[in-house]
Design a protein around this ligand. Structure first.
Ligand code: UDP
Ligand code: MG
Length: 319
């Protein structure tokens, strides 16, 4: 039996959120889908009690399916694991920290139906309880991304969204390792409708996106959806070529005028500028090559260690 609604939640060290998350999600799901819903919780290698709590929920509530990944695979891959396994006709993606209010689900469902959309994506009107640094970098990031890409990726939209089964199947047909899911969904097309909402504070715990993960996420997005950075090399080459023509003219003039040119300063300048531009461009190319290498290995996107609350998987794994 396929449930009308699946709710997919990636969780990494979210023991403080899971109890309330389950209550609020269940209430919202019951309102929209009656009994026909499932909640798919994905444990992304948590170090706290998240997995024990999820397994307990799965044994207590038949609506809950809990997936335990073999280690921390990262937000986007954990989400992919849940999306792969869910069976619903309509799918809600939501974070575990309750920054995106589950109570909006009935309204989003209404928009999906009335506008016959395939995707209803949340757009953050405001972000409460996030640092000025996070807000500023997020703001800059989405604008830079939209300038660099041809696909129209909506500004200030996270992964909080409602999707139809056919949109999800299209998403799951994309095999890439470096996954920037909100961009991939935009790439799919169909009818996609924004849904403005106010983002709450985290319910408990700290952000699971430290600077390092944020940088990697941003680079995956940029390299996955644009080759514009590679073109910076030609821009830099062009600018340097103009500079060198000017320099040659000046040198010729100085020589004709019989001026002695003291060499050290200008030489050092040229060496330093050329060297750093070349290194920068090399590093950029390295980013792309590293990703090419990663994709070429064709490894599975994630490894599942255990699934609780889903008879299909329990049968397959033999317990
Ligand atoms: N998350 C995850 N794996 C990770 C990092 C984060 O599954 O390696 C989950 C996390 O539990 C949460 C969601 O991804 O449900 C978004 O993370 P978070 O709320 O910390 O990000 P922020 O809202 O601060 O950008
Ligand atoms: Mg959050």
């Amino acid at each position: 039996m396929t449930p009308a609604l699946s709710i997919v939640v990636p969780c990494f060290n979210e023991e403080g959120c899971i109890g309330t998350l389950h209550e609020r999600l269940s209430a919202a799901a019951r309102k929209t889908a009656g009994d026909g819903y499932e909640i798919v919780l994905v444990n992304d290698g948590s170090k706290d009690r998240s997995w024990e709590m999820m397994r307990e929920l799965a044994s207590r509530d038949a609506h809950v399916i809990a997936i335990n990944l073999s280690r921390n695979h990262g937000h986007q891959l954990a989400l992919t694991a849940g999306l792969d396994l869910c069976r619903g006709e309509t799918i809600l993606i939501i974070d575990a920290d309750l920054q995106d209010p589950p109570e909006l689900l009935p309204e989003m469902m209404k928009v999906l139906r009335e506008q016959q959309a395939d995707v209803v994506y949340g757009v953050r009107k405001s972000r409460r309880g996030e640092t000025a640094f996070k807000r500023a970098t997020a703001h800059g990031f989405y604008r830079l991304l939209s300038r660099a890409t041809e696909v129209e990726i909506p500004l200030d939209a996270g992964d909080f969204r409602l999707m139809s089964r056919r949109a999800l199947d299209a998403l799951l047909a994309m095999p890439e390792q470096a996954r920037f899911i909100r961009g991939m969904v935009a790439w799919i097309g169909f009818r996609q409708v924004p849904f403005a909402y106010d983002r709450d504070e985290r319910f408990a715990g700290e952000t699971k996106y430290p600077l390092k993960k944020m940088v990697r996420f941003a680079l995956d997005a940029l390299t996955g959806f644009s080759s514009a950075p590679l073109k910076l090399a030609s821009l830099a080459g062009f600018a340097l070529a103009i500079g060198s023509v000017l320099l040659i003219l000046y040198i010729a003039y100085a020589w004709l005028a019989g001026r002695i040119i003291p060499g050290w300063t200008s030489l050092m300048l040229v060496v330093v500028v050329l060297g750093s531009v070349q290194m920068f461009v090399l590093a950029l190319m390295g980013e792309y090559i590293g990703r090419l290498y990663n994709e070429s290995k064709h490894r599975p996107l994630y490894i599942v260690q255990e699934v609780a609350g889903d008879e299909r998987h329990e049968a397959r794994l033999g317990y």
